[in-house]
Design a protein around this ligand. Structure first.
Ligand code: ATP
Length: 586
């Protein structure tokens, strides 16, 4: 559960500076919106003068001509104000949409640079929530609330100036009332912001829950765990409601108090003004105009108070987005591009590597392991021995604590991440299939490959046949996580992808585990072809698949126990013999 709300390190000023920097890209539109805003506010303020003229010169003096002119003036002002409102509304809403789109793009690009350790701490559902709901809030705030707040502030200042011109005494009374209105804003706004952020955190928990339950729907249903899942989800929904209720409470209190205070002030001022008209110190037109401005000023304060809650909500949402953006990638790219002339595949060496996962005990202590150029090496060992971790370290998903991993003589830390990773193709234990078409799934290995190259790779991976039998062949959509394919079919797609990527280092994580005997044979042949001329490391649980590699490395609890050929190890290594006996291979 993310509960960073109470320890937020982001200030409102930082949020506003961030939003301003985003808006700075659209200076012309922002300027247009501000001009439209000023014109609209100015026109509404002028309306008060029209009213004053209409009352004093028209109604009271029985002057029909003057009345006509004043009414015409009022109509023109209304038209101008309406046009300006259209322009302002259009531009501000556009800016809101644009900014939230920009935020989504930059946050997503940034997330892609963060290492897996970051995602091990933050649930994907929570990240999705930050994307969707937080950016939507920012969009509303920039597109609506902020513009309303600015418009109301301008209207308030303009009204105040015109009120002062109309009647300084009455204005003084209004000014005395202002602090009374500001007190609740000062006291309650931080509470609104705090609970706004908390409720976003709770909504994010919901996202995470949905993501997990639906992702594992088969397990949920197979264990009849629907009631359990539903009740846990209901508890999360209740938590959202409870937090939202607190936010709503403070917001409503804020709005209500401000309404009460500002309207009471206006009534009292109207009473005082009416007495001035009776005593002849003020004309009826002046009082009408003054009250018009006072209502506008009061309305503005009410609007500001209403949207200030919304703006605080936006600040809360922005905080969470800024936090994502501020997360530094724990892995820093080196500068060098890997270049060994590309004639031979690179050697891989782990020299005195010491490593532990964050918060775990030491996994590798001065581990040494060398793989020669073009050599095919199999890693064998009990679950948890550290085989997958070696892959992760080579790909720099994590950095070692001490020691060095090298491609040829080049430490991986000095290579640029993209150059390092472009040397390596990986087929993971659980084949990854994206929710796009078959052709796009294979082309992921090399986005520039032609349709013909994709098909060639699919044929080599023994995938072409079953792909052709799919409803739309290579254009068939595979559904989320490839739900429409069997385990073996998914694996062959992943192998075709690796073939197409055509990289000098190959990492295979028990790539044939999900295949039946017939397809296993086919895939094994494809893999043999794929391994040709590449430095390959295979993680294998089943020894049958690795009997023919150049060298087998037996690992146990983070150590290399022994290395050798299948027959040598059978003879000399007790641990390996045990594995082989278990698998009836000796
Ligand atoms: N992200 C992680 N955070 C903390 N510990 C981890 C993490 N990933 C793996 N480990 C731990 O590191 C050890 C080695 O794991 P690793 O996945 O490398 O083993 P493996 O030999 O590949 O196992 P298997 O054959 O079951 O896949 C295990 O004890 C595991 O619990």
């Amino acid at each position: 559960m993310s509960d960073s709300s109470t320890h937020s390190t982001v200030t409102t000023t930082q949020v506003l500076a961030w939003i301003s920097s985003l808006l700075a890209h659209y200076r012309l539109k922002v300027a247009g919106a501000i001009v439209a805003l000023l014109v609209a506010a100015g026109a509404w303020l002028l309306l008060g003068q029209g009213i004053k003229l209409a009352v004093d010169q028209g109604f009271l003096n029985d002057n029909a001509d003057m009345l006509n002119k004043a009414v015409l003036g009022v109509l023109v002002i209304t038209a101008v104000a309406s046009l300006a409102t259209y322009v302002r509304f259009y531009l501000m809403t556009w800016l809101g949409e644009r900014i939230s789109a920009d935020i989504r793009m930059s946050v997503f690009s940034h997330l892609l640079t963060l290492p897996p350790s970051f995602f091990a701490q933050l649930r994907t559902g929570e990240v999705i929530s930050r994307f969707t709901s937080d950016t939507t809030i920012v969009q509303t705030v920039v597109g609506m609330s902020l513009s309303m707040a600015i418009r109301s502030t301008i209207t308030f200042i303009g009204s105040l100036v015109l009120m002062t011109i109309t009647s300084p005494i009455l204005t003084l009374c209004v000014l005395l009332a202002v602090p009374a209105v500001l007190v609740p804003i000062r006291l309650l706004a931080p509470q609104v912001r705090k609970y706004a952020r908390l409720s976003q955190d709770r909504v994010a928990d919901l996202g995470a829950h949905i993501d997990q339950s639906l992702h594992e729907i088969m397990t949920v249903q197979a264990f009849n765990a629907e009631p359990l899942e539903a009740s846990q989800f209901n508890a999360s929904v209740d938590a959202v409601m409870t937090t939202a209720q607190r936010r709503i409470h403070y917001r409503s209190l804020l709005i209500g108090l401000i309404m009460l205070l500002s309207l009471s002030a206006i009534v009292l001022i109207a009473w005082f003004g009416a007495r001035q008209v009776f005593s002849g110190d003020m004309s009826a037109g002046e009082l009408s105009a003054f009250l018009f401005y006072a209502v506008m000023a009061g309305g503005s304060v009410a609007t500001v108070s209403e949207v200030i809650g919304e703006v605080q909500r936006g600040v809360g949402a922005s905080e969470r987005l800024l936090e994502l953006l501020a997360t530094e990638p724990a892995i820093h790219s080196g500068e060098t591009d890997f270049d060994n002339g590309n004639t031979t595949p690179p050697a891989i060496s782990f020299n005195n590597v010491t490593f532990q996962y964050p918060g775990s005990s030491c996994l590798f202590n001065k581990l040494n392991l060398d793989v020669n150029p073009g050599e095919k090496v199999a890693l064998v060992g009990a679950s948890g021995a550290g085989k997958t971790t070696l892959f992760q370290l080579l790909l720099r998903f994590y950095d070692v604590k001490a020691g060095c991993i090298c491609l040829d003589a080049e430490p991986v830390t000095s290579l640029s991440l993209s150059s390092l990773r472009s040397q390596i193709a990986m087929v993971s234990q659980e084949p990854v299939v994206f929710a796009t078409s078959v052709i796009e799934n294979i082309r992921y290995g090399n986005p520039l490959a032609s349709d013909e190259q994709v098909k060639k790779a699919a044929k080599a991976a023994f995938a072409h046949e079953f792909i052709e039998e799919l409803e739309k062949g290579y254009q068939t959509q595979l559904g989320e996580r490839g739900v429409r394919l069997s385990g073996g079919q998914k694996q062959r797609i992943a192998i075709a992808r690796a073939l197409l990527a055509d990289r000098p280092v190959l990492l295979l994580d028990e790539a044939t585990s999900a295949l039946d005997a017939r397809s296993e044979k086919m895939v094994q042949e494809a893999l043999n072809k794929l391994m040709e001329g590449r430095t390959t490391i295979i993680i294998a649980h089943r020894l049958a698949t690795v009997k023919h590699v150049d060298r087998i490395i037996v690992m146990d609890k983070g150590h290399v126990v022994s290395t050798g050929k299948h027959d040598e190890l059978l003879e000399n290594d007790t641990l390996y013999r045990e594995y082989a006996e278990l698998q009836l291979l000796s």
